[in-house]
Write a protein that binds this ligand. Structure first.
Ligand SMILES: Nc1nc2c(ncn2[C@@H]2O[C@H](COP(=O)(O)OP(=O)(O)OP(=O)(O)O)[C@@H](O)[C@H]2O)c(=O)[nH]1
Ligand SMILES: [Mg+2]
Length: 308
């Protein structure tokens, strides 16, 4: 364990990979080691910035993140990208799509890209996202970008663990404003209009104006940027803005972590308890000495007596 932690602190990839496997494993022994690992990770004293990027599928999140990531690396930062992949909920595994899409970034020494399955327990975030963030921060990554598809509650979760949430959108035909709804707007910190290379200047301005107007309805005044993540147009202004941002209050993240740990602990306790007991009592039933109902009652009574 000590060797693993030292490896992580030195930012060594094999150690990081090993730790992630541990965090994502469901074997009881691994769960115990994962818990110990999380407990022993030193908290990072270098300031880190966690940026959540949310938006509907295909709006250009990965393309934007690649461009942002490369700029951060040029500034001397180490960049970790955690892509929450909702499609993998069905298959149970992560697709590698994003890794291949962020081709340039994934070749950088100072970048770490991790597609992460969304387990569904916390809406958009995988139950291990926060733990992953802590892990990469301990490994010296100081710009953490979390990619999530903006559906339903997911922004809420991103907001809980990130310092800054960026809503990515693009001009739409007609007057439907993608993602600009109450609830969502309340949980984002800046709006970025992407793919401006595909639309006329007039359309882009009208769309951005629409966003500003609906923000006013909710008494909000968030910065709105217009970019083409693909061609790089407008990216410099966005990067400049992000350079000035600092980590915010992380109370919510701490609370969430506490809740996660509690959940995990309860589950482990329960599994351990029920697992052991179940076996013993199942045998009594299977050997024909008892009916299942009798076994259940006797088990309950034994338990009650033990409390007295
Ligand atoms: N023309 C144009 N195309 C873009 C721009 N940004 C992204 N794209 C294209 O849009 C498509 C989707 O981009 P992605 O970055 O994969 O989008 P995403 O939001 O990460 O998609 P999911 O991960 O599937 O949710 C790709 O074909 C990109 O090349 C842009 O600024 N202009
Ligand atoms: Mg993507």
């Amino acid at each position: 364990m000590k060797a693993l932690i030292d490896g992580i602190i030195r930012g060594e990839r094999p150690s990081l990979a090993k730790a992630i496997t541990l965090l994502e494993s469901s074997l009881p022994q691994d769960r115990q080691n994962a818990a110990e690992l999380l407990r022993s990770l030193p908290s990072n004293d270098r300031p880190t910035l966690r940026i959540g990027v949310t938006g509907v599928p295909g709006v250009g999140k990965s393309t934007l993140i690649e461009s942002l990531g490369l700029s951060f690396i040029q500034d001397g930062h180490k960049v970790a990208v955690l892509a929450i992949d909702p499609s993998s909920t069905v298959t149970g595994g992560s697709i590698l799509g994003d890794k291949t899409r962020m081709q340039q970034l994934s070749q950088e020494m100072d970048a770490f890209i991790r597609p992460s399955p969304s387990k569904g327990t916390l809406g958009g975030l995988s139950e291990h996202t926060l733990q992953l963030i802590k892990l990469v921060e301990a490994a010296g990554f100081d710009r953490i970008i979390v990619e999530t598809v903006g559906v339903g509650q997911s922004e809420t979760d991103v907001k809980q663990v990130c310092d800054l949430v960026l809503l990515l959108t693009m001009p739409t035909v007609g007057d439907e404003l993608q993602g600009v709804k109450r609830g969502i707007m309340e949980r984002v910190d800046l709006v970025v209009v992407n793919k401006i290379d595909l639309y006329s200047e007039k359309m882009v301005q009208a769309f951005s104006q629409g966003i500003r107007q609906s923000m006013h309805l909710y008494q909000q005044d968030l910065p709105v940027f217009q970019v083409s993540a693909e061609s790089g147009r407008g990216m410099e202004e966005l990067v400049e803005y992000l350079r000035r941002q600092e980590a915010g209050d992380r109370k919510e993240a701490d609370l969430l972590e506490f809740r996660l740990r509690l959940n995990q602990l309860q589950k482990e306790l329960w599994d351990e308890m029920v697992g052991g007991l179940q076996k013993e009592w199942e045998e009594k039933v299977l050997q024909g000495g008892m009916l299942p109902e009798e076994a259940a009652w006797e088990l309950l009574n034994t338990f009650k007596q033990s409390l007295q």
